[in-house]
Design a protein. Structure first.
Length: 668
């Protein structure tokens, strides 16, 4: 009652009563002695009653004997019972218990087992839940880590692509090289292709391959790292690569691998090459300027000396009979002075661009007019081919310098083909874009008229290519060349704002491509055009004022002009010229003056004369350049120029031309 308060206990007087009540369902459970109860169930035939278990209570069992029986019998029974084993007792009891009990279910144990099972199930479910959460978290973390890794790899690949730097690893034992994406791009190999050290070497430029292989081998033998710059060929184009690596070694010090980077430095190399070319161009320009300054400094005095030599030689030739023994000597002197004159004019070509007599020039016409002269220059052993371009643009150029360019390049080609060959001269109009400029840094974008001069000679040695345009540089024997031919070409092209492209090798000869800016088409000018009229060959007693500080030149000019029929008033310098002009101004019909003179310059004399007589013609003689006349008004057509050294005939013709210009428009 205390342990199970919900149970109602109904006591009965004996087992029979309890069995009857249980059979009549007056009670639910009967608790009684097993032996008597089973005998009662068997006797009554109650099949619906089952024995389900045992109670924890012990009911002692005994043999009953009559009180009047003697003590020995009781003692024998007791001894017999005591001598029985538990199994024997059980066998005897089971013989008497005719109704077998169904196995009793221990519900308390069942509850305990159920509780334990439930606990285990809950624990398993909880562990599964925790494990699932942990797996989910770990999976999420792994996914995020993988995503971060992919993003990092993508960023690294992008950074390598931007920087043109790729990483690689070389496993020496397996001869396998693992490349990053950028290295595949740098070497022009399809991504994912199997790479070995031999594959790497095969991609290197043949001229660099041996050097790179030796550098790697040296590092593997006794070094810890190496760095080398080399070229690779990708799609027929050259790339510059800087490779740097660290050697990996095992515990024995043996090289087992290399970890390195490959950096595409093509842009840097290109910039360096452009920088070097620009610096070389600057140095070349400075050399040209120095030569120009030197030439300008000596040209005046040198031309005055040449003027005296040439003038007196020409006068002597006029007076010497054709069959005279000294005529040949005089002709040699005249030819030598002509060569010296040409040399000075080449030196003066290095001067300023504003000295050019610029005008509209058709390159086809200029070249065609020179073909006969070029033919004589190169000799019969060389074939001459002229291919003028169709409808080429005109250029603004000094025709004399254009002709000098063609002649100098032709002579240079002739000297490169002593055994014969072909000289080809071509012209064309070309338009150069940014792509062409990238491949040819010396070029410029725009429309140009190109002059091609090609020979089939031995080519220019690579080691002197950078020096061929230097003034006085020559590979010819002493006395065979001045070293001014190509330097003059370079200066003349620069004076015309052009550029030169050069291609030369031993197999195909040399190809000069000279490019001049195409002229912009303009409407024809309405300004007066000077036309050469018939020029008298001698004077009619006209009075000339001649100012020249060099006595030999002055005396020569006076002698020539007086012989031509002019009356000459000579002045020894600019100041003397001004004084004599003031004295004879009404008689003087033309003033001839040197540009550079002591005391007063030719320009000062011009200003003095112009103040008194603004229409009086004025002829400048100059052995220098025209720079001193830069400030002359562009519209001023009263002054004319005569370049020293000149021949007596040139002087007479020029004076007659200037005198004729007083009443007519005359070409200068």
């Amino acid at each position: 009652s205390n342990d199970f308060p919900l149970l109602e206990l109904v006591p009965v007087s004996n087992s029979h009563e309890g069995i009857v009540w249980l059979g009549d369902r007056k009670i639910d459970v009967f608790i009684g002695d097993l032996l008597t109860t089973t005998q009662r169930i068997k006797r009554e035939g109650l099949a619906n009653i089952k024995i389900v278990g045992n109670t924890p209570y012990k009911i002692p069992r005994a043999f009953g004997v009559r009180k009047d029986m003697n003590a020995p019998l009781a003692s024998i029974l007791r001894s017999s019972l005591d001598s029985m084993s538990e199994s024997e007792r059980g066998t005897i009891i089971n013989r008497w218990v005719s109704v077998q009990s169904d196995p009793m279910i221990d519900y308390s144990l069942l509850w305990k087992i159920g509780l334990l099972a439930a606990t285990i199930v809950l624990l398993v479910l909880f562990m599964n839940y925790r494990l699932s959460k942990l797996v989910t978290k770990r999976t999420s973390d792994l996914s995020q880590a993988n995503e971060a890794l992919r993003a990092s790899e993508a960023s690294l690949n992008r950074a390598q692509e931007v920087a043109h730097i790729g990483s690689w690893h070389w496993d020496i034992a397996e001869d396998r090289v693992d490349w990053s994406d950028e290295v595949y791009r740098i070497f022009g190999i399809e991504k994912g292709a199997t790479i070995t050290h031999e594959t790497f070497l095969d991609r290197i430029h043949p001229d660099d391959r041996g050097r790179v292989a030796e550098r790697v081998a040296s590092a593997l033998r006794n070094g810890s790292e190496y760095e080398v710059e080399h070229r690779v060929i990708v799609d027929g184009k050259i790339r510059w690569i800087r490779t740097r690596a660290e050697i990996e070694r095992n515990d024995l010090g043996e090289a087992v691998g290399a970890l390195g980077i490959s950096h595409d430095i093509s842009d840097r190399k290109s910039s360096e090459e452009i920088q070097e070319r620009l610096e070389e161009q600057l140095r070349q320009s400075q050399k040209m300027e120095a030569v120009g300054q030197l030439a300008g400094g000596v040209a005046h005095d040198f031309n005055n000396i040449l003027q005296a030599i040439r003038g007196h030689t020409d006068l002597a030739l006029q007076d010497v009979p054709i069959d005279s023994s000294i005529r040949e000597d005089l002709e040699e002197i005249s030819e030598a002075s002509d060569r010296a004159t040409g040399l000075v004019r080449q030196l003066l070509a290095f001067g300023r661009r504003d000295n050019l007599a610029l005008g509209e020039c058709n390159l086809n016409e200029a070249a065609e007019n020179l073909m006969k002269m070029v033919r004589r220059l190169i000799g019969e052993h060389i074939d001459l081919v002229f291919n003028p371009g169709a409808e080429i643009s005109t250029i603004q150029a000094d025709r004399g310098q254009i002709e000098q360019i063609i002649l100098n390049l032709s002579v240079n080609a002739r000297d490169a083909m002593p055994e014969g060959g072909t000289l080809t001269i071509e012209t064309e109009t070309r338009h150069f874009d940014s792509g062409f400029k990238r491949e040819n840094p010396m070029a410029r974008e725009g429309t140009f008229v190109a002059l091609h001069v090609k020979d089939t000679g031995s080519g220019i040695p690579r080691e002197i290519l950078d020096r061929i345009f230097e003034p006085f540089f020559t590979t010819k024997e002493v006395g065979k060349g001045t070293g001014l031919g190509l330097a003059t070409v370079y200066a003349a092209v620069k004076n015309h704002d052009g550029f030169i492209l050069l291609d030369s090798n031993r197999d195909s000869g040399t190809h000069f491509m000279i490019c001049f800016p195409a002229a912009v088409a303009t409407a024809s000018s309405e300004t007066s055009i000077r036309k050469i009229t018939t020029i008298p060959q001698s004077g009619n007693g006209e009075t000339l004022l001649l100012a020249e500080d060099e006595k030999p030149v002055r005396e020569l000019a006076v002698r020539v002009l007086e012989r031509a029929g002019y009356r000459v008033i000579a002045a020894v310098d600019g100041e003397d010229a001004m004084e004599k002009f003031d004295t004879y101004r009404d008689d003087i019909e033309i003033v001839i003056a040197d540009v550079v003179m002591p005391k007063k310059s030719g320009r000062s004399v011009f200003d003095h004369v112009s103040a008194a007589n603004p229409t009086l013609p004025f002829l400048f003689m100059t052995g220098h350049s025209y720079n001193i006349l830069d400030s002359m008004p562009a519209s001023e057509d009263r002054f004319h120029l005569l370049q020293k050294p000149f021949s007596p005939q040139e002087l007479v013709e020029r004076v007659a031309e200037v005198l004729a210009s007083r009443t007519k428009t005359v070409a200068v």
